[in-house]
Design a protein around this ligand. Sequence first.
Ligand code: UT7
Length: 324
Amino acid sequence: MIEHTYIRGVGSYLPARVLTNEQLSETVDTSDEWIRARTGIMQRHIAAEGQNTSDLGYRAACEALDDAGMEAGDIDLIVVATSTPDLTFPSTATIIQERLGIRNGAAFDVQAVCTGFIYALTVADAMIRTGKNSNVLVIGAETFSRILDWNDRTTCVLFGDGAGAMVLSSTPSKAENAGKGIMNTFIRSDGRHKDLLYVDGGPSSTQTVGKLRMAGNQVFRHAVKELSDSMVQCAAGVDIAIPDIDWFVPHQANQRILEAVAKRLDLRRGQVVSTVAYHANTSAASIPLALDVAIRDGRIKRGHKIMLEAFGGGFTWGAALLDY
Ligand code: UT7
């Protein structure tokens, strides 16, 4: 059993087109004021016509490989977290595998909606530590703009498109990083709440893709509680106290959720990485996107302890503690 899964590189990609609240309010009955006050969102990125989830994921993967100083050929597993795959099948992971020119190993998708990245990280960590794989590309990639009802103001203002990726490895890039990496992960779900956040279509039920539906208020309440609890449990599992953690990189759904969770755990405002104003909710992509921003702007450094957390449809939720 390998003791640690190392984080070798992180990358992300956002499509070029930006849709501001002002622009949205020209087509939907909403306002910049309402969206900012209730969510903290100012804008979102939207994939271009013909630009698919695999295109975003591929770009993020190339950035992460570059950051890791590794070649695509070094990768022996790709796990893609997405709820907006290019096709019902094959998996978006195999499409990205082909694009990267990888002929070895395996590739598959994981579907846990906004918690997808934490689930994918958990699977990748287990595959590395049990010796099944050596170098794993974990990608969160989404084009939620394709499953939104653009006439429903209660949901269409909340989401955006994007992708983030992480290269995980059984060996550290430098000797001084030995002993660092994924410290613990924690995942949970409760299917009794499946009707509070869902897509009203699918290949088996309606033979359509469907549109996103959400009872926002109820999702909000569950999210604040489960996010706080999962971080406490994830940290306690490895005897780390919440005040010993340097950074919190949450799923970016709503600034008010970030603040409510921070208050419950007594976190300092400056410790919580927030990109929701610029990216909106990019579902499984939101954590690696936010992490990449904070690494590249110099806030997060090697040796820092980072807590990731997410909540989404299902409900699903979870957390991951990293020694970066
Ligand atoms: O990533 C997965 C997890 N997802 C989440 O965590 C989302 C969780 N939920 C939320 O973030 C919030 O519940 C929302 C942002 C979705 C909604 O905020 P809220 O403070 O819970 O508002 P509300 O749903 O209670 O709606 C308040 C009012 C309603 O009007 P009435 O009934 O009071 O007259 C809505 O119709 O705001 C109205 N409203 C809007 N007004 C302008 C809802 N959406 C809009 C809008 N523009 N876009």
